[in-house]
Design a protein around this ligand. Sequence first.
Ligand code: XUL
Ligand code: CO
Length: 455
Amino acid sequence: MSQEFFSGVSNRILFGGLESKDPLTYKVYNPDRIVLGKRMEDHLRVAVCMWHSFASGGSDVFGSGTFDRPWLASGLDPLAAARSKLDAAFEFFEKLGVPFWTFHDRDIAPEGRTFAESAANLDEMVDYAARHMDRTGVRLLWGTANLFGHPRYAAGAATNPDPEVFAYAAAQVKLALESTKKLDGANYVLWGGREGYDTLLNTDLAHEEKQLARFLTLVAEHKHRIGFKGLLLIEPKPHEPTKHQYDHDSAVVHGFLARHGLDGEYRLNIEANHATLAGHSFHHEIAYAVATGMFGSVDANRGDYQNGWDTDQFPNSVEEVALALFEILRGGGLSTGGFNFDAKLRRQSLDRNDLFHAHIGGIDTLAEALLVAAEMVERGAIDRLRDERYAGWTDELGKSILSGGATFVDLERRVALGNIDPRPVSGRQELLENMVNQEIWTAASRAKADATAAK
Ligand code: XUL
Ligand code: CO
C-alpha cells in the first residue's frame, strides 16, 4: 500500500441524505437510486479530472501555488512524483466513489528531454494507471493530449504556421489516442488549446482552416486504424488562451465538421463555462448539440456572472444543470459521455479536503438536477405545451410544406384565396418558467420528506 494522502477521510463518501450533519456525505447523490429506470450513477457517469485537481498547485498569473499537494513538491524525481500523483488521485477517486477519471498525457507523465523520452514516460505511467484502474474499478471517461502548454505550441498545434509543429502535435495525439485505447477509454477529447489567433495581421485564416481539417481527418483515420471504439469529441471554446479560438461554440464546430465531411466522425464535449464565455447559456449549447445529433459529453463547471473569463468553478446551480439534463434526457440520456468535473478550487481553498467538499457539492448538484429533469420529462407538461405550439405542422398544410410538395406559387395561391389567416398565440414563457421552478421546489420538498421518513 502506497502512502495515504487523504487520511482526513478514512472511508468512502456515502449517501447521508438531507438531514445528515456530516459534510463528508452526499445529501442527494445515491448511486443506486433508480431514476427513470436507470441507476443515478449510470445517468450521470461522473468523472474527476487530473489537471485541475491533481496536476495544479493553485498558482495564478499573479502568484505561485497555494495548495497542500505533497505529490507536487519541488525537487522530487519526475517519475516518482508522477507515480505519487496517480496514487493520490486514485485514493481520492475511490474514496469519493466516482466511476470515471480523465487526463491529458502531460498530467500523468512528465515531458522528457526528447520525444522518445516523453513517449517512454507516458508508456510507463499508462501501465501504472492501468494497475490502479484494475485495483479500484475506476474507468477512463476520456484521455486527451496537452497541445498548448509547451512553448513549441505558442502559435497553435494543428494550425501552427510551421508544419514541423503540426507533425509534433500529430505524433503526440497518436500516442495519447493509443494510450486512451489501452486504458479502454470511453471517448477521446480534442480541445483546441491554441488553435486560433491573437492577431489577424499575421494569420492566414484559409490556410489554418485547411490545416485543422487535415489534422482532424488524420485523428479519425488513426482511430479506425487502431480500432478504438470510443467517440471522438471536440470541446468548443470561444476565446482563452487565444483572442479568437476556431472551435468557438457548438454551431461553429458543427459547421466546420460538416464543411469537411467530418460530422459523422466527431461529437461535442460541452463545457458550461465555455458556453457562457461564448455568450450562450449552458442550456443552449446542450440543446443545440442534442437537436443536431452532435451531443457527446459534458465538462461540468460554472463561470462567474461578473467575470469575462473561464473561472471553472464547481457547478452549484440546480436550475442551470436541470435545464441541461432535461435536454439530455429528452435526447435519450448519455451514452459514452459523462459529467467530467473540469472545475478547480479557488486559490484560497488550500486544504486537501477542500477537494472533497468541492466534488461532493458538485455531484449533489448534478443529482438534484437529475431528479428535477426526470420529473420534467415524466410529467410531460412542458413537452405538451411545446408540442401544441407546433401542432399545425401535423396538419395537411404543414405536411405539404415540409415534404416539399408545396411551392411558393401554391402557397401564394392558398393565402390569396383567403383560407389562410394566422393568429398570433401566446408563447407562455412565464408559465413555462413557473413550471420549472415548481419542479425544483417539489424535488427539494420530496427530498426533505424522504429524509424525515428515513429517520
Ligand atoms: C480548457 C479545457 C480543457 C479541456 C481538455 O478550458 O476545458 O481542460 O477540457 O483539454
Ligand atoms: Co474542459
